[in-house]
Design a protein around this ligand. Structure first.
Ligand code: SF4
Ligand code: SF4
Ligand code: SF4
Length: 269
């Protein structure tokens, strides 16, 4: 759906935490009206309807993704399957009823539990400021295939995590620097660098607002089942401790991070 520059500018004025929903609503309503172009009038009409009906729009959680599924070439993972599972867990938790039972007065968008998926470490969906942020990871490994010394891997790595080796040897990957974006895997023409495994990094407890804090990342890379287990543990902690609708990010303390690290990563902090 095309947008006029005025419509795009108006959308930028919408608070960021509802912008995605407003954009989707505007496009749906313009489409239903038989148009293929969104104008300023469309944005204003939808925005007015959206804000006046805010109570009915609140569903207890916000689940965002990056634009990876729309065809971004940087994807380290295909997260569609995990996304569906995350949504199922969030729906089953019935966070709307939970919030209604805990929050005095009207519910607002800022009460909702926030989760997001990003398909690579570029993290376009801002996992660092969500209650739970999930980031796709493709872990590179060197194989026995001969390296042609083409240099494509070192050029592709913006983290400077790959050092060229002596002729005949595979390059060395610095695992401390590597962010598991998978770019080097994609560009290697010989298979000398291949995907070892893929999974998800998990960051917990990020927030904006009056006391912003970046999420902390659990050590390790998790498969889908483990990621879902972590999400369920977050929801359990949240529902146990949130007495008046306090955000997970406010409740999740350093001691909880240590506990999660031991539980899910076998790591003593
Ligand atoms: S997070 Fe990565 S895969 Fe997703 S839109 Fe951004 S660059 Fe593309
Ligand atoms: S996966 Fe990404 S960060 Fe890691 S070595 Fe390859 S290009 Fe560099
Ligand atoms: S590992 Fe692959 S991309 Fe890197 S120099 Fe060797 S052949 Fe080229």
């Amino acid at each position: 759906m095309k947008w006029t520059p005025e419509a795009e500018a108006a959308l930028k004025q919408v608070p960021f935490f509802v912008r995605k929903r407003v954009r989707a609503r505007v496009e749906n309503e313009a489409h239903d009206a038989g148009r293929d172009r969104v104008t300023l009038a469309d944005v204003k009409a939808t925005q007015a309807r959206y804000l006046s009906g805010m109570q009915s729009e609140i569903r207890g959680y916000q689940l965002d993704t990056c634009f990876g599924p729309s065809g971004c070439p940087n994807r380290a993972v295909l997260s569609e399957s995990l996304l569906a599972r995350v949504e199922t867990v969030l729906k089953a938790a019935d966070l709307l009823s939970f919030l209604k039972s805990r929050v005095p007065g009207d519910l607002k968008f800022h009460h909702e539990f926030r989760a997001t998926l990003a398909d690579c470490p570029n993290a376009c969906s801002q996992p660092q400021i969500k209650d739970i942020g999930i980031i796709g990871a493709a872990v590179p490994e060197t194989t026995n295939e001969a390296c042609s010394q083409c240099g494509a891997c070192t050029e592709s790595c913006v983290e400077q995590a790959i050092a060229t080796a002596e002729e005949g040897d595979p390059p060395r990957i610095d695992t401390q620097r590597c962010l598991n974006c998978g770019q080097c895997i994609r560009v290697c023409p010989t298979g000398t660098i291949a995907e070892g495994w893929r999974g998800f990094r998990v960051q917990l407890g990020g927030r904006l607002g009056r006391h912003p804090r970046l999420a902390r990342e659990l050590p390790g890379i998790f498969n889908e089942d483990q990621t879902i287990e972590i999400l369920q543990a977050c929801l359990e902690l949240y529902k146990t401790r949130s007495r008046r609708g306090e955000r997970f990010a406010h409740l999740f303390q350093d001691s909880d991070f240590d506990d999660f690290s031991r539980r899910f990563c076998g790591t003593d902090i």
